[in-house]
Design a protein around this ligand. Structure first.
Ligand code: PEP
Length: 250
């Protein structure tokens, strides 16, 4: 039985004042709820704030990106050990916004995944096809390519040190989530691809779902047998909405 995981991706939103209100509400709303795992991935400057408010609660925290190297002349970048210094459990790797806007390719994403695992972080590896790829019937092919790049350097056992997030790009921030059956199909496809290498690993690997997960669709999506949780963008910025989605994971 895989334990569900709901992660909020705050993207580039928040302020010290608004985060305080949001985090306090999450701590209060989710306290004592141990049936699933919860986390928020916050902008790097707010990691210390997240750590100080969430420490000792049932909500973990993480970064939204990191460099693949431990240090160097990379202005503006953050090394894996820096996330560890601030108590991060998770780091999002290969989000479609970074693949698209920051030109992160499959080998770079794989290198980041490997570096995160090496430092004891749990990478949340985002996989997903664009609208054009979806309409061209290439969803499986694209996701297989993205996954295989990480499998090639980590193996199935290595990939299972992280979490996979299937996020069709056409669903992110559009309000148009994948139908639960389509989500299930793609999650099962991803799991089967891992099962071809190692059935036991595939059985325990968590594959969470992202792309316009909202209060209105969370319960249905999360009831799919291969959907092990959610990666939530916009709706994670409103405490009541995120808490309701988290509860749907129970
Ligand atoms: C995301 O940022 O990963 C995401 C899924 O965003 P949204 O929930 O807003 O579609």
């Amino acid at each position: 039985m895989r334990r569900k995981l709901v992660v909020g991706n705050w993207k580039m939103y928040g302020s010290l004042a608004s985060n305080q209100v949001l985090l306090d509400s999450l701590v209060h709303g989710l306290c004592g709820d141990r049936k699933a795992d919860y986390a928020v991935c916050v902008p790097h400057p707010y990691l210390a704030q997240a750590q100080s408010i969430l420490q000792g609660t049932n909500i973990a925290w993480g970064g939204q990106n990191m460099h693949q190297l431990e240090g160097g002349a990379f202005t503006g970048s953050v090394a894996p050990h820096m996330l560890v210094d601030f108590g991060c459990t998770y780091v999002i790797i290969g989000h479609s916004e970074r693949r698209e806007l920051c030109h992160e390719n499959d080998p770079l994403v794989a290198a980041k995944f490997e570096a995160a695992v090496k430092d004891g972080l749990c990478p949340i590896l985002c996989l997903g096809e664009t609208r054009e790829e979806h309409e061209a019937g290439l969803a499986e092919q694209v996701v297989a390519r993205q996954l295989d790049a990480v499998l090639a350097c980590m193996g199935a056992e290595g990939v299972a040190k992280g979490v996979l997030a299937y996020e069709p790009v056409w669903a992110i921030g559009t309000g148009r989530a994948a139908a639960p059956e389509l989500a299930q199909h793609m999650h099962a496809y991803i799991r089967n691809r891992i099962a071809n290498l190692d059935r036991l690993v595939a059985g325990r690997l968590r594959i969470i779902h992202g792309g316009s997960v909202r209060v209105s669709n969370a319960a249905q999506l999360l009831s799919m047998p291969d959907v092990d949780g959610a990666l939530v963008g916009n709706a994670s910025l409103v405490a009541e909405q995120f808490i309701t989605i988290c509860r749907a994971a129970n």
